[in-house]
Design a protein around this ligand. Structure first.
Ligand code: NAI
Ligand code: MG
Length: 496
């Protein structure tokens, strides 16, 4: 097995202990985080591990930057800076691709052409918004008063991101937060801090004033909890587990900071007998196995109409057995990489065992593969029923649960019978059914005859315990802004 050659900037970056990015400084810490390569289980890098004192310093830097040149910069110039950051990411898509392929393990080609390229696009979309955030003049009932609104930044935003899309999840939050004029303290996931640290350097290079973007890697219980509870932080934007989301809300009560949450999911994906079956099999397959199942929108509960179940299960198993699984940086490219950690691998394998113990049949995969790295073979569990743990809990790995159904009303009720509500979807050629189901499924995103599409321009977020707030689109600008109402008393002589 030969690995792709490292970009020289990447090897330089990995060779030294990367400090925290606070203001214009690189700050070393007493503690460090050892970042592992999940494809090999080997040491990859050492980065400074921020604690509560570092979060204090970063929040100070962000607070100062809020009243510096960033405050008075024109919206046009703010947009230009964000656009330049997009260009810088795109020009270095190989570097971002390598960072994500190394610390997350995903295939390099996907990390470069999807994660890095879509991150750049995300910044470009929000660069345009910077100059289009408008207030209103409001015709209030008293003619002696002039009323208008100003849309202002929230202030210092703490952004806490997960490891499944290390660069893209940062882009989703950072781009709208910058466009709306906020300053940032970003705490990336401890497993995947590399691209975020590198991005902080690029932001300074393209001209963002120091302190606008501070990056403090650290543990969830350390830097993460300190950021969520900090009195000087005005808002937290979070993506991660529902459990951690609850902790963040609890930590926010001290200063009642604003919180937006994008949490777990257990998406229902329904194949009706009137669908294009082969397209439904292919789409449903990637709905779960894309990103190795490590997606909050993974189509984890596949409901198949009983009349087509044998055909669909056979197609899924064939597809699963044909996938190639291997290191993110392998020169021979693979469909899927490893899971992020030993802990995630153990959790995923334990669900496979539990599913079988509860009566499901494993028709593909079901075990660890390769000698090193946290690799699990793409797994299909057939004969799953609603009460099994594999049908109720988020597995976050390459394990598809196949359930069967007989009619629309029944499957709708079963699909909605979950605490989660991030995404759902269906495959059908009946346009009335498509609209009816789209209206009745309880989830923030519905995909019909497709799966997994997201776009910087279209709102994304959860219902029920999948979170609150919508990222992307104009909703994301609202998420990172607050509205002020201004009243002017007019003189009698001003009235027209
Ligand atoms: P997590 O939700 O604990 O971690 C996500 C981020 O939150 C990381 O940056 C972490 O350091 C931070 N964090 C952890 N505890 C915190 C706290 N008390 N205060 C502030 N920040 C904190 O997720 P974890 O432990 O990595 O994975 C556990 C499970 O969560 C996974 O198996 C999966 O089911 C789910 N998950 C869901 C994601 C999604 O996109 N919805 C992403 C990652 C994990
Ligand atoms: Mg956790």
């Amino acid at each position: 097995m030969t690995m792709l050659e490292l970009n020289p900037e990447v090897s330089d970056f990995l060779a030294s202990v990367q400090g925290l990015r606070i203001g214009a400084d690189r700050v070393q810490a007493r503690e460090t985080i050892e970042v592992l390569n999940p494809s090999t289980e080997e040491h990859l890098a050492q980065v400074a591990c921020g604690d509560a004192d570092h979060i204090d310093a970063a929040v100070d830097a962000a607070r100062k930057a809020l009243s510096g040149p960033w405050r008075t910069m024109s919206s046009h110039d703010r947009g230009v800076l964000i656009w330049r950051l997009a260009d810088a990411i795109e020009a270095r898509k190989d570097i971002f691709g390598q960072f994500d392929a190394l610390d997350n393990g995903k295939p390099f080609a996907k990390a470069r052409d999807v994660d890095a390229v879509y991150s750049a696009r995300h910044f470009r979309y929000f660069a345009g918004w910077a100059s289009k955030i408008e207030g209103r003049t409001i015709p209030v009932s008293d003619p002696g008063r002039f009323n208008y609104t100003r849309v202002e930044p929230v202030g210092v935003c703490g952004l806490i991101t997960p490891w499944n899309y290390p660069t893209l999840m940062v882009a989703w939050k950072l781009a709208p937060a910058l466009a709306a004029g906020n300053t940032i303290v970003l705490k990336p996931a401890e497993q995947t801090p590399l691209s975020a640290l590198y991005l902080a350097d690029l932001a300074l290079e393209v001209g963002f004033p120091p302190g606008v973007l501070n990056v403090v890697p650290g543990l969830g219980a350390g830097a993460g909890a300190a950021l969520a509870g900090h009195k000087g932080v005005d808002k937290i934007g979070f993506t991660g587990s529902t459990e951690t989301g609850r902790r963040i809300v609890a930590a926010s009560t001290g200063n009642l900071k604003k919180v937006s949450l994008e949490l777990g999911g257990k998406a229902a994906n329904i194949i009706f007998p009137d669908a294009e079956i082969e397209a439904a099999i292919e789409g449903s397959f990637w709905a779960l196995f894309g990103n190795n199942g490590q997606s909050c929108t993974a189509g984890a509960r596949l409901f198949v109409h009983s009349s087509i179940r044998d055909q669909v299960v056979a197609g899924l198993a064939r597809r699963a057995n044909a996938l190639s699984v291997g290191p993110g940086m392998d020169s021979e490219s693979h469909d899927l990489g490893p899971l992020i950690s030993q802990q995630q691998m153990d959790k995923v394998l334990s669900y496979v065992g539990q599913g079988q113990a509860e009566g499901a049949q494993c028709v593909a995969g079901g075990k660890r593969v390769r000698n090193a790295g946290y690799f699990v073979a793409p797994t299909v569990l057939d004969g799953v029923t609603d009460t099994m743990s594999v049908a109720r809990e988020e597995i976050f790995g390459p394990v598809m649960a196949v359930l069967s159904f007989d009619d629309e009303a029944e499957v709708l009720a079963r699909a909605n019978n979950t605490d989660f509500g991030l995404a759902a979807g269906l495959w059908t050629n009946d346009v009335s059914r498509a609209h009816r189901m789209a209206a009745r499924l309880q989830a923030g995103t519905i995909w019909v005859n497709t799966w997994g599409d997201t776009d910087a321009a279209s709102p994304f977020g959860g219902m029920k315990q999948s979170g609150y707030g919508r990222e992307m689109g104009q909703e994301a600008i609202a998420l990172y802004s607050q509205t002020k109402s201004v009243w002017l008393g007019l003189k009698e002589s001003d009235l027209i």
